[in-house]
Design a protein around this ligand. Sequence first.
Ligand SMILES: Nc1ncnc2c1ncn2[C@@H]1O[C@H](COP(=O)(O)OP(=O)(O)OP(=O)(O)O)[C@@H](O)[C@H]1O
Ligand SMILES: [Mg+2]
Ligand SMILES: [Zn+2]
Length: 153
Amino acid sequence: MKKKELKIPLIKDGTVIDHITAGQAVKVLHILGIPEKTLDSIVSVVMNVKSKIGKKDIVKVENRELKPEEVNKIALIAPKATINIIRDYEVAKKYKVDLPEEIVGIVRCPNPNCISNTREPVESRFRVISKDPIRIKCYYCEREPDNIADNII
Ligand SMILES: Nc1ncnc2c1ncn2[C@@H]1O[C@H](COP(=O)(O)OP(=O)(O)OP(=O)(O)O)[C@@H](O)[C@H]1O
Ligand SMILES: [Mg+2]
Ligand SMILES: [Zn+2]
């Protein structure tokens, strides 16, 4: 019997998040609220695909056009990600993620005594102080996490 290749079908309408840092796709899904916010969409995830610049992950979300405000947060862990809006099978729009100036509720402050860790209603809040390399500083206690990907809530 011949082995069949598994092919991911093209999507008609939706969003392709390409050039995700290899290994970060699951955290990207978590930050985007997938599957909770996309219960009616088919989502395909491909990890460790070979590309010109080394390995990468790809996420494809059907029937949902992710807006820059929703998707820019993933620049924290996938700074080279490209967003492709697909309409009628074609790439209708393409842009690179751009880190917002503030990151609220995604990264845990490494300081156990920080108000964002000790008082329940206080969400974590970081200011972006450098985009390349990415550096963020806690709005409350000024601590800088040294590994952002490991501190995703
Ligand atoms: N209809 C579609 N369904 C699913 N994935 C698609 C569809 N159209 C494009 N893609 C994917 O979206 C990404 C961007 O497509 P594009 O044709 O712009 O490729 P590209 O020229 O390699 O882009 P880039 O220069 O950003 O790497 C690719 O990963 C491609 O496989
Ligand atoms: Mg390409
Ligand atoms: Zn803090």
